[in-house]
Design a protein around this ligand. Sequence first.
Ligand SMILES: [Zn+2]
Ligand SMILES: [Zn+2]
Length: 438
Amino acid sequence: MFMFKHLFFVFIIVQMFYTTTAFSEELSKEITTKHTPELMKFYEYLHANPELSFQEFKTAAVLASELKKLGFEVKEKIGRTGVVGVFRNGKGPTVLVRTDMDGLPVLENTKLPYASKSVARNDKGLDTGVMHACGHDLHMTNWVGTARILTSIKNNWSGTLLFIAQPAEEIGAGAKAMLDDGLFRDFPKPDFCIALHCDAARPAGTIAVREGLACANVDSVDIVVKGKGGHGAAPHATIDPIVLAARIILDLQTLVSREVNPLDPAVVTVGSIHGGTKHNIIPSEVKLQLTVRTFKDDVRNQVLSGIERIAKAAAIGANAPEPEILIRNTEFTPALSNDIPLTQRLRKVWEDKLGKEFVSKPEQVMWGEDFSRYGKAGIPSCMFFLGTAAKKKYEASLINKNASLPSLHSEYYHPDMPASLETGINATVSAVLDLLKK
Ligand SMILES: [Zn+2]
Ligand SMILES: [Zn+2]
């Protein structure tokens, strides 16, 4: 009797495994044959029609209409141009799936048949070419594809989907805008948040994910170096802010090299310097713009206060007026930390689904990603990177340095389609199915 019971139990387990595996394979086949051709048209439309941060009006309307067709309750204009869709399907956790929507002020040079010809006015009132050079068009297609598939197999899971299309990731402002506008107050509060981001340096068909800290704190700092202007031929009668700015820039290099613990990554880059109008005029001020990248909060504070101290000290040394220093808190993006138990759980799901050799662990990067704000708000979150390089180009880049792959934000960047999309959808759908399994 015991023997019989035991065998029966084994039979049930094998049966369950077979059913799950068969379902999973069937689903992957369905993604390739049924969903991909339709989604490619959608992708090409998005690619050809990019919009700048907080100007994603048409994009948001298209995404909202896709969710409505699938039976989501949809609210628009959350955090200016954001979209929130809720799909309730019985008891269980709520999973937030995020896409970002914005393109970049880049003139496209990919020569793709569906390349963008869009032009838009930036916040300084200048016209600029616009391009999906960061792959947010692929993120959106993946998001719509995932929604289509999950709603079509709703008997296989139980819980609530919270699909959000976030504006203005490129300026680090969209996640904050949606949270400030009641994302976690007016909609079902998620138990988990997931998202993906394109990775230009990995081959299509692969993903990469890191437990814990993955992307950096990003701060923007403005310094106005003050002097006393006058004739270029009479420097003794002036306080030259150009020489002073040069000294500040060099002194700033000692912050990371001499003050921060070498085991703590940090970057201080002066990305912009503007001063003066003519050869023979010493100006009265010079403007510097800095980007500062760190992982730990104490290192962030150390570097930011160090910048202030060095700039002020150099001014005292030159007998110049105190410089103006502005740390732009509205443009701050906190470091992205993937929840460790959630990420370990999903890594297992993805290794089973895609194969262990296709799921790697990336090094930390000094990029910023405002998906971090959902985790900072207390929800276990995980962002994974999706390989998008065409396999042949990727292999050539390993052998030949001159064949290096275009990075994200490059005028030449475009993901290998549809291979990248299919891996993205397989990974996103399998993650949600695991989190909402019955
Ligand atoms: Zn970007
Ligand atoms: Zn991006």
